[in-house]
Design a protein around this ligand. Structure first.
Ligand code: SF4
Ligand code: SF4
Length: 203
């Protein structure tokens, strides 16, 4: 799941200050799960834009904004998009990019894209994977330090944690503490004997 956060409405209005006849596109995948682009949020955005003096021509919520076959498929869902002079996309940067590639009108984002995370036990979990292109999470007990350690350390902890908490973000457990505990429980502390070279780290 792509983790995003909503831009402040004032910032969106500033982006749209020279634009009107706006069509709002949500996303029924990651953005909806985070309440950033599902039906309630799209309806609310349309209302807020109208209240701010903008003309909203309509809205639609594709199953995933990052997977839209064609502009015609959006027209099929809501023909009002043909009257739009501007599109506001309530999705991640990938969704904004796909819509930008299909539309001839200017396309603006309502969200800030932050990380690759997930959802488990009803909770959104951010920053799980840094999308490095060479997955070796197995060596770390399934807890990726590239994605979850703020210093992206592969050869053990920085030594700055206090009471098991990260020195960069004390709200979070030190990821290396978690990795050690997981591998210890699995009887695989031997995996930590591997020393990652600079070449492997920046590969
Ligand atoms: S090693 Fe980490 S950053 Fe790389 S693909 Fe695997 S989980 Fe993602
Ligand atoms: S305290 Fe742990 S998680 Fe935080 S930067 Fe240091 S090694 Fe990484």
């Amino acid at each position: 799941m792509i983790i995003s956060s909503a831009k402040p409405f004032e910032e969106i209005l500033e982006l749209l200050k020279d634009e009107d006849d706006i069509f709002v596109i949500g996303c029924n995948a990651c953005a909806a799960k985070q309440h950033l682009g599902g039906e309630p949020e799209v309806i609310e955005m349309c209302q807020h834009l109208e209240e701010a003096g903008k003309h909203v021509v309509g809205g639609v919520i594709p199953s995933a904004a990052c997977s839209v076959a064609s502009f015609d498929s959006l027209i099929e869902k809501n023909p009002a998009i043909k009257n739009a002079k501007t599109i506001l996309v309530m999705a991640c940067g990938s969704g904004v990019s796909i819509i930008s590639g299909l539309a001839e009108t200017p396309v603006y984002p309502s969200n800030n894209t932050q990380s690759l995370g997930g959802r488990s036990q009803g909770e959104v979990v951010p920053e799980l994977c840094a999308m490095c292109g060479d997955c070796n999470i197995y060596y770390f007990g399934g807890i990726c330090p590239k994605g979850q350690c703020p210093k992206q350390l592969l050869n053990g902890p920085c030594g700055g944690s206090i009471d098991g908490k990260c020195e960069v973000d004390p709200e979070k457990d030190c990821v290396w503490e978690l990795i050690f505990r997981k591998l210890e429980k699995a009887g695989r502390l031997d995996l930590l004997e591997k020393v990652w070279t600079v070449e492997e780290i920046i590969e």
